[in-house]
Design a protein around this ligand. Structure first.
Ligand code: PHE
Length: 339
């Protein structure tokens, strides 16, 4: 049998794959079970013993040439994928670059932060997985007290002491525990409640907490700060406070801003009253100050908390809270350019 190994070797070296599947066919053709190398090895017996060694060596050479080809092509593909080698990303789509958009929740959060930073508040944060002390006990929710049912809680199964925080008020406690007054912070963040998801409520949402502790802080100071916020954010000057109850503030109130009833949308978002509820607030209960290591005889303060989604829904006329969590590009891209 006359086998022209030189010719085969030349074929191998001339092969230039243009895809991985072509490369695979090439591999099978030469190295596969019924491939050229196997086939030639089976003929080794028929070869003149004097030439067997040389034939074997050539065959090995051929095999190595195939393997080298495969390796080289794979390395080439890898380097093409690595933008740092090429200096650009070859997988990037051509055409006009799509602009991103900020999420409505981020837009509102940033705006609230800026308004409060302007009057000396700094931004604080705390953990989303919280212990019973910071989320409930230190905030005056007694154990087994029905007040805890105001906020349906997701507990971490193995440990009834650990839960997903139900409100950002837990950050109040953390900040008071580790800082001396005067304290003036806002704390934006994600909170969780074990509630059915609907157009109006969600099991995950965002709040912004506010806390001001100093000597001689009064209810009037709180009202004035909220008034300033309502004007800065909503552009509406009229607010009203309705008495309310929170275990950690006394007295407590809910704040409405007068929105107006000029058109059908106004009627819808204010439920026909003209007033829009924006936050809960109150004077920090002396027991809460004490629990957090602050002397209530020396200091007093106020706290407030508001839901970002609610406010974002009003600002951007969003009818269903779920739209804020689905991340549908068609919805989000409507806010392109908003800053
Ligand atoms: N934590 C309260 C809530 O989630 C809001 C609140 C904060 C009320 C601070 C008063 C003071 O409903």
């Amino acid at each position: 049998m006359a086998v022209d190994l030189e010719k085969i070797l030349f074929e191998i070296s001339a092969f230039t794959p243009s895809s991985l599947s072509e490369l695979e066919s090439f591999r099978i053709k030469y190295l596969g079970k019924k491939g050229v190398v196997k086939e030639l090895s089976s003929h080794i017996r028929n070869i003149d013993p004097a030439q067997r060694k040389a034939f074997g060596q050539s065959l090995n050479e051929l095999k190595r040439a195939v393997e080298q080809k495969i390796e080289d092509y794979k390395a080439l593909l890898d380097s093409a994928r690595d933008p740092s080698i090429l200096g650009f990303d070859p997988s990037r789509k051509t055409g006009v670059e799509e602009m991103g958009a900020r999420h409505p929740v981020s837009l509102v959060r940033r705006e609230i932060e800026e308004i409060f930073q302007h009057i000396g508040f700094t931004v604080a944060s705390g953990p989303e997985i919280e212990d019973d002390w910071h989320n409930f006990s230190a905030l005056n929710f007694p154990e087994n007290h029905p007040a805890r049912d105001m906020q349906d809680t997701f507990f971490v199964e193995k440990d009834p002491d650990i839960a997903l925080r139900t409100h950002t008020s837990s950050v109040q406690v953390r900040v008071m525990e580790s800082n001396e007054p005067p304290i003036r912070i806002i704390a934006p963040g994600r909170v969780y409640r074990n509630e059915a998801i609907s157009a109006r409520s969600h099991c995950v949402f965002h709040q912004v907490e506010g806390l001001y502790i100093d000597k001689g802080v009064t209810f009037a100071d709180m009202v004035q700060t909220i008034q300033y916020f309502a004007e800065a954010f909503f552009g509406k000057a009229k607010i009203r406070l309705r008495p309310s109850y929170f275990p950690f503030t006394e007295p407590s109130a809910e704040v409405d801003v007068y929105w107006g009833l000029e058109n059908e949308v106004d009627h819808r978002i204010t439920k026909g009253t003209g007033w829009l509820e924006i936050m809960g607030c109150g004077m920090v209960d002396p027991d809460v100050l004490k629990s957090s290591g602050i002397d209530p005889n020396e200091y007093s303060g106020y706290a407030f908390g508001m839901g970002i989604e609610r406010i974002a829904m009003n600002r951007f006329q969003i009818g269903d809270i779920r739209m804020l969590f689905e991340n549908d590009i068609r919805f989000l891209s409507q806010l392109k350019g908003a800053w």
